[in-house]
Design a protein around this ligand. Sequence first.
Ligand code: NDP
Length: 330
Amino acid sequence: SRYFTINDHPRGTPERALFELHERELPALADGEARVRNTWLSVDPYMRGRMSGVTTYIEPFALNAPLEGAAIGEVIESRDAAFPVGTRVRHMAGWRDVAQLPGAELEPLPDFKVPEQAYLGVLGMPGMTAWTGLNRIAEMQDGDNVLVSGAAGAVGSLAVQLAKAKGGTVVGIAGSRDKLDWLESRGVKAVGYKGKDAAELTEALQEACPEGFDVYYENVGGICLEAALNTLRVGARIAVCGMIARYNEATPSAGPGNLAMILIRRARMEGFIVFDHWSHYPEFLEEVGPQVESGRLDYEETVEEGLERTPDAFLKLFEGANRGKMLVRP
Ligand code: NDP
């Protein structure tokens, strides 16, 4: 099995040399274990946090040990009757080509007629995150005007479409022309943030939605949060899903100077971690799965080929090189 490790805890933007590819012989299967050839690996922004060597809501990655992450693969050898050879499974032993783990850590794939990698994106953790943030945290209502930052990524691209279905004005913030074009193609008003300061971004958001927003779905932080705070309606709800603009900061920058807008607009701001809501995953699948299957909900993916490209795929998340879900085909 070939697998990646990190050799240090990065400060600031991780360097490519942080990641090392190793090879090892896997031991014979123990009773209850299965061997899985991974067909798709997920790289996700939260992995940056796990590289820092501190415990947050999840344990940090250990140095020089196989990295972990969501993956999909096919059972190629099995000593667990529940997962015979040929079963397609999802598990957390990513960043490697062949995984060996107890059957208890394998999950069979749901059976919608979608490509299997959708269970790492729109019908997996990122999709569940978008649905949870909008419905369970921001308590989105019919007709709400909704603003989403990171709007063309894995989470954001489902968030804008779920919001759009509620009938209000939906505005998405994203970084590049092709992302803005994709948003417009889904009926979302697209606003670029690159090259703008908070005042200019505020102005662009006000132009896109003069009445202001009932919901802000936060993926980015920084000037996106500052501008969003300026455009809230009274009683607005902010679901704090992520703050990717900060993940590579060596020293934390100051928060937005206009936080008092929370007070002025009587707004509520609440962070959440999707794993705490995982008992609702079947409900999410029941609602969103058929819409993905029928094509009513669109999803995009960006694929890097080859296990050795996994770190590059991960680092590209911070350059905005992905449209939709970033995946690796090992
Ligand atoms: P994305 O697919 O959205 O990929 C990351 C995107 O973030 C990039 O494509 C880029 O888009 C944007 N970005 C990167 N750096 C910056 C920056 N400095 N400023 C502004 N935008 C930047 O990733 P995900 O959909 O997987 O995750 C989106 C967010 O959701 C992240 O913050 C992540 O941590 C969070 N998350 C939270 C979860 C939870 O349980 N709370 C679960 C899953 C994800 P662009 O070109 O537009 O700049």
